[in-house]
Each structure stands twice: as C-alpha cells, then as structure tokens.
Ligand binder design. Sequence first.
Ligand code: BTN
Length: 263
Amino acid sequence: MKMKNWQVYGHDHVPILIHQYASLESTNTEAIRVAQVGAPEWTVIVADKQTQGKGRYERRWLSPKGLGMYFSIVLRPAIDLQLLNLINLRSVLVVREFLQNKIYSTGNHQRSEFLVKWPNDVLANGKKICGILLESEIVDQKIQFLIVGIGININHQNRDFPEVLRDTAISMRMLTGQSWEIEQLIQELLPLYQMRYRMDQETDHQNVVSEYEEYMAFKGESIEIDLQTKKLKGRIKGIDPFGFLLLQQGNKVQRVTSGDLWI
Ligand code: BTN
C-alpha cells in the first residue's frame, strides 16, 4: 500500500525520488525489488513502519510506526568493487554529521558526543542511535546496484526499546527531550547524503578514511571482534585505504573485513 511519491532536490539539482509506504516488510527488500527492474539511482524507499526490518547478520530491526526513520537508497556506483566498503563508511559519516548538527541546533551540545562504531553504527554518548545495512548485486565483478538501508532511532523513549537494548540504545528524543517530525528529517538528510556522496565521487573516495578515523569510537582501545566463527582480540589501530579495520595484535596488524565489535 503506497502512500505517496515525492521528490527533493539535492546537490546540482539531481532529483531524489521518494516512494513512501505506510508499511513494508523491509525497505531494503523493496529497494532491491525496484532496483532489479531498473529503478534509477537516487530512488528512495521509505516506510512509516517495517514488519520484518532487517539488521546485520540476519538480525531483526524493530521498526514501529512513529518511533524510527526507516529508508533505503538505490545507488549504482561505477566504482571498483574494492572501494564499495568506503560507501558504507561514508553513509555512517553522513548520518553522524546530520544527527550532530540537528542535536547541536537545539542547544544540547554539551551533553552529546557523536561517533561511528566500525563498520556502520552511529553512537550518541556511546549508545547506538543508527544502524546501516548495505546490500548489493554484483555480476562479473561489476556492481549492478547498491542498497543503503538506514534505520535511525528518533522518537523512542527508553521503555520503547526491548529490554535487552535499553542500556545500549538511544534516540533523538532521549537526547533532546523533544519529539521530531520524521518526514521533515528525511527531507533534510537526503540532500546532505547526496552532496557528500557526489563529493566523494569527485575525489575518488579519497577523504573517507581520514574523516572516518577522526570520528571513530574506541580508537587505540582494546576490543573484541566477533567474526561469527571466532573472536579476535586487539587494539584498534585505524582503517585501511579500503575501509577495513586494522587491529593491532602484539607486534602484528591484522586486517578485519567484517564483524561485530565489542569493548
Ligand atoms: C544493523 O545495525 O544491524 C543495521 C540495521 C539497518 C536497519 C535499516 S531500517 C531501513 C532498512 N530496511 C531494513 O530492513 N533494514 C534497514
């Protein structure tokens, strides 16, 4: 059941085409479907709620109406497959920048610190406020499309999160004491995303790594990475030129391509 189509114009007046639904299983699943039948780049699928929101590692992303922002962007990056992860990192950086600007504009800046947790979470005061799930279709080493699925906690109060998340999740409302108009936020976030993405295209994605390291949580700290099959311990050294994590283990440095990071 589609509610409406609308557009916003971003950098260089490239239109962003938004398809908004009252409810979807998952905006990522719908974005994959439309991308497979030829949807152009900058098609965005938004849902007021998701019934089967997807998280990383087959986890669920709880997505009740009115509490979170749930959307997926269709991109068709003409880049080497090796650089794909840098778009992942850029996406987190854009959300980090956006949330910090919004919260600071309310005058609450002393209380809030916005960082990125490798690879793709945004943390506010050490708690998760945003998760990002990238899905792509690759044929013969060429990217057919990339779906950037973004979930942001907006109007949750602590009790709205399931009990297991109450110590580790946070929302814009919890940071500011006010509720936020979700559609308005999407309208502001998408042009910023497009601007940053196009700047990266013009600079061959060269600035992502240094910006990411600037805002990276737990840099230099001892952490544990859950690789599903095994766990790795070490100290975060930084990010390599392809966006992978560099983990210092004694005098050797291990390159980690994916995983869940814990301190
Ligand atoms: C994670 O932290 O595990 C990633 C969560 C990503 C959630 C978003 S909500 C919009 C989009 N549609 C989905 O089904 N998932 C992503």
